[in-house]
Design a protein around this ligand. Structure first.
Ligand SMILES: C[S@@+](CC[C@H](N)C(=O)[O-])C[C@H]1O[C@@H](n2cnc3c(N)ncnc32)[C@H](O)[C@@H]1O
Length: 260
């Protein structure tokens, strides 16, 4: 979506992403699970941002390609002295059009930190279709997606942000209330009886619109696209049993699965 792509190409956002270096716990757990596969693999890191995941996932890759639709994010990667390795490559590219990449097939694809939630449902399906074609047989796909079952918490608790002024906190609170009311009017029962929804969740000053999905529906979406052996990981890094997926209220869930 255009407005999301523009938001991630702004100096302020890139500044924040340049400061991020650490892995999230589920990412650490998945690296441990897939250590062997990461060795000497061909890896595609989609929505690479400023390269937070590059040294962790890409360290042992034979060929690592980071793509992002935001040119400024890619510039942040290519300018980073730590990412000057023969095996590291970065390119401006929209995941919706990534079939144009000559570098396929890949052994491993990563779309970390909910990057896939920045496109709408039809583009999301195009991306899964693209991945199906670009990954080798039994190639590995890792990504995370926002959990629709976390929305109650997201809208309920206004987290007072001490780095912002009182006025700004009030502005934030009012915006959150507005979007909560809008959501409740559209979907009166809780938990919502819908499988996914695009909402303004407050990210990047309410400039972006983000896809939230029911975790069990994410499993179905992946199966429909021919991915198998699907596993899910919580924010704590623990594996979630698939039967318990719709009890989880984590803000996002990490998925690990394999191409048929
Ligand atoms: C939440 S950031 C995550 C950045 C990085 N992967 C990380 O984990 O730190 C999402 C990234 O996805 C990129 N992005 C959004 N839509 C995209 C698309 N359609 N194709 C490629 N990249 C996209 C954004 O520009 C942004 O850099």
């Amino acid at each position: 979506m255009r407005e999301n792509q523009a938001a991630y190409n702004s100096e302020a956002v890139i500044g924040q992403y340049r400061q991020m270096h650490d892995l999230q716990r589920p990412e650490r757990a998945i690296i441990k699970e897939t250590e062997e596969r990461l060795r000497a693999c061909r890896l595609l890191d989609i929505g690479v941002g400023a390269g937070r995941t590059t040294p962790h996932f890409g360290r042992d890759a034979a060929y690592y390609l980071g793509i992002d639709s935001a040119p400024q994010m890619i510039q942040a990667c290519t300018e980073n002295d730590h990412y000057q390795r023969d095996t590291y490559h970065f390119r401006v590219m929209d995941a919706v059009n990534m079939l144009e990449l000559d570098e396929a097939p890949f052994d491993y694809a990563l779309f970390s930190y909910n990057g896939i939630d920045l496109v709408d449902d039809s583009e999301r399906r195009i991306i899964f279709n693209n991945l199906k074609k670009m990954l080798k047989h039994d190639g590995c796909l890792v990504f995370s997606s926002h959990n629709i079952l976390s929305l109650n918490d997201l809208f309920c608790i206004h987290r007072y942000d001490t780095s912002m002024s009182l006025l700004r906190n009030i502005y934030w609170l009012l915006k959150e209330r507005y979007y909560r009311r809008l959501f409740e009017q559209q979907h009166p029962p809780w938990p919502p009886d819908i499988d996914f929804k695009l909402i303004h969740d407050g990210s990047i000053n309410f400039k972006t619109i983000t896809y939230y999905i029911r975790p069990s529906f994410q499993i179905r979406q992946l199966q429909e696209h021919g991915f198998h052996s699907i596993r899910a990981f919580s924010i704590s890094g623990a594996e979630i049993m698939l039967k318990d997926l719709d009890l989880i209220t984590d803000p996002w869930v990490y998925f690990l699965c394999f191409n048929a």
